[in-house]
Write a new protein. Sequence first.
Length: 327
Amino acid sequence: MNKRVYIFIVIFTILLVGIFFNTKSGKDEIKTYTVAFVSLSKVDDNTFNGFKKQMQIYGWEENKNIKYIVPGAAKKVKNLKSIVKSVVEKKPDIILVSSTPATQEVKRATKNLNIPVVFCPVNDPINSNILVNQNAPEGHITGIRLPIGDAKRFEWLHTIAPDIKKVLVPYTPNDGGSIASRADIKEVAEFLNINIIEKPFPENITMKEFLKQCAKCQAEAIFLPRDSRIEVRIKDFSKYAIENKLPLSAPSYQQVQQGALFTYGFIHTELGKQAARMVDRILKGVKPTDLPVKFGNAYLVINKKTAKSIGIKFPKNAIRNAKLIIK
């Protein structure tokens, strides 16, 4: 073989091998995306669990092509600012945020940043000043809002306890979700001839003091609005309601697990699954502005153990329509 031809073949072979391994290396290189999760309440962990499981179904494997930043629940609104600041400093590819107050803080912190945000859930993104148009979200924020269902939930309260005439509705002043939730039930309450006793829960008093004030209202039932600051107190409200044999309606399934009598509302894990679909699409290149806000689904969930404790028997149509029954 000619020496020049031999040298050419060797050089050509080396080049081919180099090209092969460089190409293979490029194919094997996997980009890892970072998703941060910001929440107010510990119960929101259920939302994140549903989200992660659905993300796995979409092919997102933790520590392979995706990693999560989870600082833990803020527990109090005043803690959100520092938590959100620390999350933003880590420059995640996307932020998943649960509850209205947490979403409002994330919106403030990411105002001039190019970080997509998916909320899951908020009660009313319009009245909470999170979005102007939920059908065509502006900027970098979209997400899952709670199902329209508080008017229906109030109707179920009347169905389950038809003799009640005075219902206590505790709320946080100026909370956007609470404002929308309370507005939803007023027309129904008026039609059913039920008196709503709205009781603001200011931040400068303890839960014990607040419940003492509630006792003076002489209410026959308690209806918790979609108000994150109120919902985090579910254990206190459940204990108070059971001790005083009062029907307690709460916004979510997890709160019924914690002692509320019933809900016609959302299941955190199911909302998380819906959010995963949005996050998956955004990570694959879709802009938040191209993803309209979606409504979650509402389910009737009843707690027979609580019913027995307060001396209530669920009507047959409630049992028949219940998605879940806690015994």
